[in-house]
Design a protein around this ligand. Structure first.
Ligand code: UDP
Ligand code: MG
Length: 141
């Protein structure tokens, strides 16, 4: 099958920002050949976080996840590239850093399954939806 040009959302989560890994992560994203179309630092509100992670509502980790992602500043990045969604997921590694492959962002920078340094969209549809959740089309260039 042909490679697809895709959009995906990367979030550097509060632990990644707090421990000073913004630069490390951006460097890796550039080295991996993603096109950075948009980038912004924000502090998520409880409502924004609840909306963004609505798919996890009701799960045992949901409240902890909302507390965590609203606990500090995050960096939002709208990325594009061939197979951007699955490629970014590979660069990020497994949700639990203990299970993540060597050299992945989560193996390098995450603390545990909750405080896992970064978010990446999990499908091309969600990539489009999640980028649009945070960026207006005219903010992407
Ligand atoms: N999470 C957690 N405990 C779990 C599973 C997930 O705290 O058992 C948190 C973690 O921060 C994760 C986020 O919830 O990144 C979203 O979970 P998901 O299963 O979508 O993992 P991801 O797609 O981020 O790898
Ligand atoms: Mg997910």
């Amino acid at each position: 099958m042909e490679n697809m040009f895709e959009r995906t959302l990367l979030i550097i989560k509060p632990d990644g920002v707090g421990k000073g890994h913004i630069g490390d992560i951006i460097r890796r994203i550039e080295q991996e050949g993603f096109i950075i179309r948009g980038m912004r630092m924000v502090r998520l509100s409880r409502d924004q976080a609840a909306d963004f992670y609505a798919v996890h509502r009701g799960k045992p980790f949901y409240e902890g996840l909302l507390n965590y992602v609203t606990s500090g500043r995050v960096v939002l990045m709208a990325l594009e590239g061939e197979d951007a969604v699955s490629r970014l997921r590979r660069v990020i590694g497994a949700t639990d850093p203990a299970q993540a492959d060597p050299g992945t962002l989560r193996k390098l920078y995450a603390e545990n399954i909750e405080r896992n340094a970064v978010h990446g969209s999990d499908s091309p549809e969600n990539g489009v939806r999640e980028v649009a959740f945070f960026f207006k089309e005219e903010e992407l260039c």
